[in-house]
Design a protein around this ligand. Structure first.
Ligand code: AHR
Length: 319
Protein backbone atom coordinates (compact mmCIF):
# COMPACT_ATOMS: atom_id res chain seq x y z
CA UNK A 1 0.00 0.00 0.00
CA UNK A 2 2.82 2.35 1.02
CA UNK A 3 4.63 1.55 -2.29
CA UNK A 4 1.48 2.23 -4.31
CA UNK A 5 1.13 5.64 -2.67
CA UNK A 6 4.75 6.50 -3.50
CA UNK A 7 4.19 5.42 -7.12
CA UNK A 8 1.02 7.51 -7.39
CA UNK A 9 2.84 10.55 -5.99
CA UNK A 10 5.68 10.08 -8.51
CA UNK A 11 3.17 9.77 -11.35
CA UNK A 12 1.43 12.98 -10.24
CA UNK A 13 4.74 14.86 -10.22
CA UNK A 14 5.61 13.55 -13.70
CA UNK A 15 2.17 14.54 -15.06
CA UNK A 16 2.48 18.02 -13.58
CA UNK A 17 5.80 18.39 -15.38
CA UNK A 18 4.20 17.26 -18.64
CA UNK A 19 1.30 19.67 -18.36
CA UNK A 20 3.68 22.59 -17.63
CA UNK A 21 5.53 21.84 -20.85
CA UNK A 22 2.43 20.81 -22.78
CA UNK A 23 2.70 21.84 -26.40
CA UNK A 24 6.40 22.66 -26.09
CA UNK A 25 8.64 20.95 -28.63
CA UNK A 26 12.13 19.73 -27.86
CA UNK A 27 14.68 22.53 -28.22
CA UNK A 28 12.01 25.25 -28.22
CA UNK A 29 12.72 28.44 -26.26
CA UNK A 30 9.75 29.63 -24.22
CA UNK A 31 9.70 33.45 -24.19
CA UNK A 32 7.52 35.65 -22.02
CA UNK A 33 7.19 39.04 -23.73
CA UNK A 34 5.52 42.02 -22.05
CA UNK A 35 4.72 44.86 -24.45
CA UNK A 36 4.05 48.47 -23.36
CA UNK A 37 0.64 48.67 -25.05
CA UNK A 38 -0.82 49.82 -28.37
CA UNK A 39 -0.45 53.56 -27.89
CA UNK A 40 1.09 54.46 -31.26
CA UNK A 41 1.66 53.41 -34.87
CA UNK A 42 5.26 52.71 -33.84
CA UNK A 43 4.12 50.31 -31.13
CA UNK A 44 1.79 48.45 -33.50
CA UNK A 45 4.70 47.97 -35.91
CA UNK A 46 6.99 46.86 -33.10
CA UNK A 47 4.47 44.28 -31.85
CA UNK A 48 4.02 42.92 -35.38
CA UNK A 49 7.81 42.66 -35.82
CA UNK A 50 8.32 40.90 -32.47
CA UNK A 51 5.43 38.49 -33.08
CA UNK A 52 6.54 37.63 -36.61
CA UNK A 53 9.99 36.69 -35.28
CA UNK A 54 8.85 34.85 -32.14
CA UNK A 55 5.68 33.13 -33.34
CA UNK A 56 7.97 30.84 -35.26
CA UNK A 57 9.55 27.41 -35.09
CA UNK A 58 12.05 27.30 -32.24
CA UNK A 59 9.99 29.60 -30.00
CA UNK A 60 6.94 29.32 -27.78
CA UNK A 61 5.78 32.92 -27.23
CA UNK A 62 3.69 34.07 -24.28
CA UNK A 63 2.67 37.63 -25.15
CA UNK A 64 1.14 40.14 -22.76
CA UNK A 65 -0.05 43.73 -23.40
CA UNK A 66 0.43 46.06 -20.39
CA UNK A 67 -1.89 48.81 -21.64
CA UNK A 68 0.76 51.40 -20.66
CA UNK A 69 0.59 50.42 -16.97
CA UNK A 70 3.67 49.37 -15.01
CA UNK A 71 1.61 47.34 -12.53
CA UNK A 72 0.32 45.20 -15.43
CA UNK A 73 3.89 44.59 -16.59
CA UNK A 74 5.03 43.58 -13.12
CA UNK A 75 2.09 41.12 -12.92
CA UNK A 76 2.97 39.72 -16.35
CA UNK A 77 6.63 39.29 -15.39
CA UNK A 78 5.66 37.48 -12.17
CA UNK A 79 3.37 35.20 -14.14
CA UNK A 80 6.21 34.41 -16.60
CA UNK A 81 8.44 33.56 -13.61
CA UNK A 82 5.72 31.30 -12.16
CA UNK A 83 5.38 29.55 -15.54
CA UNK A 84 9.16 29.11 -15.60
CA UNK A 85 9.67 30.51 -19.10
CA UNK A 86 13.21 30.22 -20.49
CA UNK A 87 13.71 33.95 -21.24
CA UNK A 88 11.75 37.08 -20.34
CA UNK A 89 11.77 40.03 -22.75
CA UNK A 90 9.98 43.29 -22.09
CA UNK A 91 9.74 46.91 -23.10
CA UNK A 92 9.42 48.79 -19.78
CA UNK A 93 6.69 51.45 -19.64
CA UNK A 94 8.80 53.58 -17.27
CA UNK A 95 12.43 53.54 -16.15
CA UNK A 96 12.16 53.07 -12.37
CA UNK A 97 10.66 50.51 -10.02
CA UNK A 98 11.93 47.27 -11.57
CA UNK A 99 14.53 46.02 -9.07
CA UNK A 100 12.28 43.70 -6.97
CA UNK A 101 10.73 41.82 -9.91
CA UNK A 102 14.05 41.63 -11.78
CA UNK A 103 15.62 40.15 -8.66
CA UNK A 104 12.86 37.54 -8.59
CA UNK A 105 13.62 36.62 -12.21
CA UNK A 106 17.33 36.38 -11.42
CA UNK A 107 16.67 34.20 -8.38
CA UNK A 108 14.57 31.90 -10.60
CA UNK A 109 17.48 31.70 -13.08
CA UNK A 110 15.48 33.37 -15.90
CA UNK A 111 17.51 35.80 -18.03
CA UNK A 112 15.85 39.11 -18.98
CA UNK A 113 16.26 40.98 -22.25
CA UNK A 114 15.09 44.60 -22.44
CA UNK A 115 13.60 45.80 -25.70
CA UNK A 116 13.16 49.40 -26.84
CA UNK A 117 13.28 51.14 -23.42
CA UNK A 118 15.83 51.17 -20.60
CA UNK A 119 15.39 50.61 -16.85
CA UNK A 120 17.15 52.38 -13.99
CA UNK A 121 18.66 49.71 -11.72
CA UNK A 122 21.61 49.73 -9.34
CA UNK A 123 22.69 46.25 -10.48
CA UNK A 124 23.28 45.90 -14.22
CA UNK A 125 23.41 42.10 -13.92
CA UNK A 126 19.61 42.15 -13.51
CA UNK A 127 19.27 42.12 -17.30
CA UNK A 128 21.32 40.53 -20.04
CA UNK A 129 21.00 43.08 -22.82
CA UNK A 130 19.01 46.07 -24.12
CA UNK A 131 18.11 46.26 -27.81
CA UNK A 132 16.63 49.52 -29.07
CA UNK A 133 17.19 53.09 -30.22
CA UNK A 134 19.46 55.78 -28.86
CA UNK A 135 16.75 58.17 -27.65
CA UNK A 136 19.17 60.93 -26.59
CA UNK A 137 20.61 60.99 -30.10
CA UNK A 138 17.07 61.14 -31.54
CA UNK A 139 16.39 64.23 -29.41
CA UNK A 140 19.68 65.76 -30.60
CA UNK A 141 18.75 65.08 -34.22
CA UNK A 142 15.43 66.90 -33.72
CA UNK A 143 17.33 69.82 -32.14
CA UNK A 144 19.87 69.92 -34.99
CA UNK A 145 17.08 69.88 -37.56
CA UNK A 146 15.45 72.82 -35.79
CA UNK A 147 18.70 74.81 -35.63
CA UNK A 148 19.15 74.37 -39.35
CA UNK A 149 15.50 75.13 -40.13
CA UNK A 150 15.77 78.35 -38.11
CA UNK A 151 18.83 79.69 -39.95
CA UNK A 152 18.52 83.46 -40.37
CA UNK A 153 15.32 83.71 -38.33
CA UNK A 154 15.28 86.34 -35.59
CA UNK A 155 14.48 85.41 -31.99
CA UNK A 156 12.56 84.82 -29.91
CA UNK A 157 11.48 81.51 -31.45
CA UNK A 158 8.70 80.19 -29.24
CA UNK A 159 8.84 76.41 -28.85
CA UNK A 160 6.31 74.02 -27.32
CA UNK A 161 7.10 70.40 -26.48
CA UNK A 162 4.78 67.41 -26.31
CA UNK A 163 6.52 64.92 -24.06
CA UNK A 164 6.00 61.17 -24.10
CA UNK A 165 4.89 59.11 -21.11
CA UNK A 166 6.14 60.65 -17.86
CA UNK A 167 9.08 58.67 -16.47
CA UNK A 168 9.65 56.67 -19.67
CA UNK A 169 13.13 56.39 -21.16
CA UNK A 170 12.19 57.93 -24.54
CA UNK A 171 10.52 60.95 -22.89
CA UNK A 172 13.46 61.56 -20.52
CA UNK A 173 16.16 61.02 -23.15
CA UNK A 174 14.54 62.82 -26.09
CA UNK A 175 13.95 65.86 -23.92
CA UNK A 176 17.58 65.74 -22.77
CA UNK A 177 19.03 65.41 -26.29
CA UNK A 178 16.78 68.11 -27.77
CA UNK A 179 17.56 70.65 -25.06
CA UNK A 180 21.27 69.85 -25.16
CA UNK A 181 21.20 71.24 -28.72
CA UNK A 182 18.65 74.07 -28.71
CA UNK A 183 19.67 75.50 -25.33
CA UNK A 184 22.96 76.58 -26.95
CA UNK A 185 21.02 79.16 -29.02
CA UNK A 186 19.40 82.00 -27.01
CA UNK A 187 16.76 82.61 -29.71
CA UNK A 188 14.82 79.52 -28.59
CA UNK A 189 12.32 79.97 -25.76
CA UNK A 190 10.57 76.88 -24.46
CA UNK A 191 7.15 78.28 -23.57
CA UNK A 192 5.23 75.07 -22.76
CA UNK A 193 6.19 71.43 -22.19
CA UNK A 194 3.73 68.74 -21.13
CA UNK A 195 3.09 65.03 -21.55
CA UNK A 196 0.72 63.75 -24.23
CA UNK A 197 1.47 60.13 -23.23
CA UNK A 198 2.57 59.19 -26.77
CA UNK A 199 -1.05 59.09 -28.05
CA UNK A 200 -2.84 61.06 -30.79
CA UNK A 201 -5.81 61.88 -28.59
CA UNK A 202 -3.68 63.36 -25.78
CA UNK A 203 -1.36 65.08 -28.27
CA UNK A 204 -4.39 66.90 -29.67
CA UNK A 205 -5.81 67.71 -26.24
CA UNK A 206 -2.54 69.14 -24.88
CA UNK A 207 -1.84 71.12 -28.09
CA UNK A 208 -5.31 72.68 -27.80
CA UNK A 209 -4.41 73.80 -24.28
CA UNK A 210 -1.02 75.15 -25.48
CA UNK A 211 -2.69 77.16 -28.27
CA UNK A 212 -5.24 78.61 -25.87
CA UNK A 213 -2.65 79.51 -23.25
CA UNK A 214 -0.27 81.09 -25.76
CA UNK A 215 -2.97 82.83 -27.79
CA UNK A 216 -1.65 81.02 -30.87
CA UNK A 217 1.85 82.59 -30.50
CA UNK A 218 3.78 79.39 -31.07
CA UNK A 219 6.52 79.07 -33.70
CA UNK A 220 7.67 75.47 -33.26
CA UNK A 221 6.29 72.18 -31.97
CA UNK A 222 8.65 69.39 -30.93
CA UNK A 223 6.64 66.19 -30.31
CA UNK A 224 8.33 63.15 -28.78
CA UNK A 225 6.47 60.94 -31.27
CA UNK A 226 4.64 61.21 -34.58
CA UNK A 227 1.27 60.21 -33.16
CA UNK A 228 1.20 63.18 -30.80
CA UNK A 229 2.32 65.46 -33.67
CA UNK A 230 -0.53 64.12 -35.85
CA UNK A 231 -3.03 64.81 -33.04
CA UNK A 232 -1.52 68.29 -32.57
CA UNK A 233 -1.79 69.02 -36.32
CA UNK A 234 -5.56 68.55 -36.00
CA UNK A 235 -5.65 70.98 -33.06
CA UNK A 236 -3.60 73.56 -35.02
CA UNK A 237 -5.93 73.31 -38.04
CA UNK A 238 -9.00 73.60 -35.82
CA UNK A 239 -7.47 76.77 -34.34
CA UNK A 240 -7.36 78.25 -37.86
CA UNK A 241 -3.57 78.00 -38.25
CA UNK A 242 -1.52 76.19 -40.89
CA UNK A 243 0.60 73.34 -39.50
CA UNK A 244 4.05 73.15 -41.10
CA UNK A 245 3.94 76.88 -41.95
CA UNK A 246 2.59 78.96 -39.06
CA UNK A 247 3.98 76.38 -36.69
CA UNK A 248 7.03 74.36 -37.78
CA UNK A 249 6.79 70.77 -36.53
CA UNK A 250 9.39 68.09 -35.87
CA UNK A 251 8.60 64.73 -34.31
CA UNK A 252 10.09 61.28 -33.83
CA UNK A 253 9.39 57.74 -35.16
CA UNK A 254 9.05 57.95 -38.95
CA UNK A 255 5.71 56.10 -39.17
CA UNK A 256 3.70 56.14 -42.41
CA UNK A 257 1.25 58.67 -40.92
CA UNK A 258 4.15 61.10 -40.47
CA UNK A 259 5.25 60.63 -44.09
CA UNK A 260 1.69 61.29 -45.24
CA UNK A 261 1.57 64.45 -43.09
CA UNK A 262 4.93 65.59 -44.53
CA UNK A 263 3.71 64.90 -48.07
CA UNK A 264 0.69 67.10 -47.31
CA UNK A 265 3.06 69.84 -46.04
CA UNK A 266 1.72 69.63 -42.46
CA UNK A 267 4.76 68.14 -40.72
CA UNK A 268 8.28 69.40 -41.44
CA UNK A 269 10.54 66.56 -40.31
CA UNK A 270 10.50 63.21 -38.59
CA UNK A 271 13.43 61.54 -36.86
CA UNK A 272 13.39 57.81 -37.45
CA UNK A 273 13.02 55.41 -34.51
CA UNK A 274 13.17 51.90 -35.88
CA UNK A 275 10.67 49.42 -34.36
CA UNK A 276 11.53 46.54 -36.71
CA UNK A 277 14.05 44.70 -34.59
CA UNK A 278 12.06 41.46 -34.11
CA UNK A 279 14.55 39.29 -36.03
CA UNK A 280 17.53 40.74 -34.13
CA UNK A 281 15.66 40.18 -30.87
CA UNK A 282 15.00 36.52 -31.77
CA UNK A 283 18.73 35.95 -32.34
CA UNK A 284 19.58 37.75 -29.10
CA UNK A 285 17.14 35.55 -27.17
CA UNK A 286 18.61 32.39 -28.75
CA UNK A 287 22.11 33.50 -27.73
CA UNK A 288 21.10 34.46 -24.20
CA UNK A 289 19.31 31.12 -23.78
CA UNK A 290 22.37 29.27 -25.06
CA UNK A 291 24.53 31.11 -22.50
CA UNK A 292 26.60 32.87 -25.18
CA UNK A 293 28.11 36.27 -24.34
CA UNK A 294 25.95 39.08 -25.77
CA UNK A 295 26.49 42.86 -26.03
CA UNK A 296 24.93 44.73 -23.11
CA UNK A 297 23.57 47.34 -25.54
CA UNK A 298 22.45 46.91 -29.16
CA UNK A 299 21.51 50.14 -30.94
CA UNK A 300 19.32 49.92 -34.03
CA UNK A 301 20.04 51.95 -37.19
CA UNK A 302 17.93 55.01 -38.05
CA UNK A 303 17.84 58.23 -40.12
CA UNK A 304 16.19 61.68 -40.47
CA UNK A 305 13.52 62.55 -43.07
CA UNK A 306 12.28 65.95 -44.22
CA UNK A 307 9.26 67.07 -46.28
CA UNK A 308 11.14 67.12 -49.58
CA UNK A 309 11.99 63.40 -49.17
CA UNK A 310 8.50 62.30 -48.07
CA UNK A 311 6.82 61.52 -51.40
CA UNK A 312 9.75 59.45 -52.67
CA UNK A 313 10.29 57.61 -49.36
CA UNK A 314 6.62 56.85 -48.59
CA UNK A 315 6.09 53.79 -50.84
CA UNK A 316 9.18 52.10 -49.34
CA UNK A 317 8.25 52.68 -45.70
CA UNK A 318 7.71 49.41 -43.87
CA UNK A 319 5.83 50.81 -40.86
O1 AHR B 1 9.64 53.68 -26.86
C1 AHR B 1 9.45 54.08 -28.18
C2 AHR B 1 8.37 55.08 -28.24
O2 AHR B 1 7.19 54.54 -27.69
C3 AHR B 1 7.96 55.53 -29.63
O3 AHR B 1 8.61 56.66 -30.07
C4 AHR B 1 6.53 55.88 -29.40
O4 AHR B 1 5.80 56.11 -30.56
C5 AHR B 1 6.10 54.76 -28.57
O5 AHR B 1 4.91 54.86 -28.00
Amino acid sequence: MKNACVLLAMLAIALAGCSRDAGKQVGQVTVGFSQVGAESEWRTANTASVKSALVAPGFDLKFSDAQQKQENQIKALRSFIAQRVDVIAFSPVVESGWEPVLREAKAAGIPVVLTDRAVKVSDASLYASLIGSDFIEEGRKAGRWLLQDSTGKPGPIRVVELQGTVGSAPAIDRMKGFHEVIDTDPRFKLVRSQSGDFTRAKGKEVMEAFLKAEGGHIDVLFAHNDDMAIGAIQAIEEAGLTPGKDIRIVSIDGVRGAFEAMKAGKLNATIECNPLFGAQLAQLIRDVHAGKPVPKRIVVEEGVFTQDQAAAALPGRKY
